[in-house]
Write a protein that binds this ligand. Structure first.
Ligand SMILES: [Fe+2]
Ligand SMILES: [Fe+2]
Length: 277
């Protein structure tokens, strides 16, 4: 992924310094925001009420997207065009279930309030989710490709924004989630590429792939949230997120512009069909 600044030096040192005995030294201090330099928060009780509410809010949205995408992928488990594609579909579903579980484990630490959100999350059906991209069914295999290429990629940007954040339990959940998400988005671009290059010999056509790109790209851009979001400003101040919505969106646009040029598909203008600005 191009053009995302590396974590601050302390994080890089922490991530790469392998101690004798083969363990990686965790980063203990808060790396940005108003409490930079202090010890990371390790328990829900340590968080001041506003930060606590924000962590819960961020985890509810995170878990909601994980569970929703399972519902979206499920019909394609036994309809994916090749055996390998079916296997990857099943892996994606397993990965998203695990990500949902990780987000819920963080919510559980917030006691009764957290548990109430978990119960609500598990009761949500198709069409009842928070973000529009997760209420749209996958009508074609091209939808599966474009969703994993564009929407999962936004997920990666969101997770990278949490990397080495000030809340230890959240920071520690990131590395595995990120490595799994990488598989999803590589799969997505490979589906689109195969449709463009091999057409019906694989499945669908270049025109179908293009239609799916035009459909999902605006929903993916919306997922970054409002440009002047107070939530994102507070999240940076608390050391939870590294970038504003607008910064992350701009980096994303530049990455997918290069990617789609290499696949041979056109991206609509960033303003096209947008619902969240
Ligand atoms: Fe996920
Ligand atoms: Fe994913």
């Amino acid at each position: 992924m191009p053009d995302i600044p590396a974590p601050p030096a302390a994080a890089r040192a922490g991530a790469s310094s392998l101690k004798e005995g083969g363990t990686v030294a965790p980063v203990r201090e808060i790396l940005w925001g108003s409490a930079a330099g202090a010890h990371k928060y390790e328990t829900a009780e340590e968080l001041e009420p506003d930060m606590s509410k924000l962590v819960v809010k961020l985890m509810v949205v995170q878990a909601d997207t994980e569970f929703a995408s399972i519902q979206q992928h499920r019909p394609w488990l036994d309809r994916a065009p090749t055996l390998e594609d079916r296997w990857i579909e099943s892996r994606i579903i397993a990965d998203e279930s695990r990500h949902g579980l990780q987000a819920c484990r963080i919510l559980r630490d917030f006691g009764e309030a957290g548990q109430k959100y978990i119960d609500e999350l598990l009761a949500k059906r198709e069409g009842e989710h928070k973000l529009e991209a997760f209420n749209m069914p996958f009508d074609t295999w091209a939808d599966v490709g474009a969703f994993t290429c564009f929407v999962d990629r936004v997920g990666v940007y969101q997770l990278r924004a949490f990397q080495e954040c000030s809340y230890g339990p959240l920071a520690r959940a990131m590395p595995l989630m990120l490595s799994e998400e990488q598989l999803h988005l590589n799969f997505g671009s490979s589906v689109l590429r195969r449709m463009v290059n091999d057409g019906p010999k694989y499945t669908g056509s270049k025109a179908e792939a293009q239609a799916a790109v035009t459909k999902w790209y605006p929903r993916a851009l919306d997922m970054f949230g409002h440009s002047n979001s107070d939530t994102s400003r507070r999240a940076i101040e608390y050391g939870l997120k590294r970038w504003t919505n607008e910064e992350a969106r701009a980096r994303y646009i530049s990455e997918v512009t290069g990617l789609m040029a290499s696949v041979g598909l056109d991206l609509p203008a960033p303003e096209f069909d947008r619902h969240v600005l």
